[in-house]
Ligand binder design. Structure first.
Ligand SMILES: N#Cc1c(-c2ccc3cc[nH]c3c2)n[nH]c1N
Length: 246
């Protein structure tokens, strides 16, 4: 399945990193298609204006609905017969988590990201396009960015890497943080001793069962220390699983 990603932004160069590394290779391998669009291409004045002052007063500027309307009318019709899922990064959105990334990677094959700037996008754009397409507002976390581009980079990488074939060794997806609800275990490589820091002996033992047990324990301890909220959810899920099995 080729995942198509369209991004509408006033800073197209911000999305250049999507041409690099694994995401760039996925595009060259035909697993991912990324199309970046400059919102100003849908303006018609000499200054290519995309913002204006807010009704009701207040600081800052608001993104005008007209360029968004014309841009999304065109972008969302790029694949006749297919329906895009519109994703708008925003601090007030639902939390973007690994579970959301997995859902978007497996349930959608066409994502259209709207990158807001200034104080945001005129609300009528959400009204107009949520009536026509699935539309999600998603937040990276509880801090404030200046626009949606950084969020789109993070979301696209998190989603694209879950597309089959993008990550060469799919097994690595199983043991990483947030897969299965726990944080990842600590990793080591050569040399066996570095500045008097030794690799845990169990990892040099060759006993795969003992290594797996140590890693599981490390995941639990690390999650308990750094993210007790995740551990609580994990243990509740384990209890539900045990109840279902009886
Ligand atoms: N996602 C996300 C965001 C944002 C964000 C996203 C878009 C715009 C447009 C203007 N300001 C923005 C902030 N801030 N913090 C997050 N976790």
């Amino acid at each position: 399945m080729t995942l198509r990603v369209d991004v509408v932004t006033i800073f197209p160069d911000y999305l250049a990193p999507l041409e690099l590394s694994l995401i760039g290779k996925a595009q060259r391998d035909g697993l991912l298609e990324v199309h970046v669009h400059d919102l100003r291409d849908w303006t018609h004045d000499r200054h290519r204006t995309v913002d204006d002052t807010p009704y009701g007063g207040g600081a800052g500027m608001v993104m005008r609905p007209e360029p968004w309307g014309e841009a999304l009318d065109e972008v969302c019709r790029a694949l006749p017969g297919r329906t895009p899922h519109l994703v708008v990064p925003g601090p007030g959105g639902d939390r973007f988590t690994q579970e959301v990334a997995y859902r978007l990677a497996t349930e959608d094959d066409w994502l259209v990201f709207l990158c807001g700037r200034y104080e945001g996008i005129d609300e009528r754009v959400y009204e107009e396009f949520s009536a026509r397409y699935p539309l999600s507002v998603l937040s990276l976390g509880d801090y404030v960015l200046n626009g949606g581009e950084v969020a789109v980079l993070a979301m696209t990488e998190a989603i694209a890497r879950l597309v089959p074939g993008v990550i060469g060794n799919a097994a690595s997806l199983v043991e990483e943080s947030h897969t299965g609800g726990l944080l990842e275990y600590p990793v080591y490589t050569k040399p066996p001793v570095w500045r008097d820091h030794e690799v845990p002996p169990v990892l040099l033992s060759g006993h795969h069962g003992a290594i797996a047990e140590w890693r599981d324990q490390q995941r639990l301890e690390r999650t308990a220390r750094r993210r007790p909220d995740l551990l609580e959810a994990y243990e509740a899920q384990q209890r539900r699983g045990a109840d279902d099995a009886t």
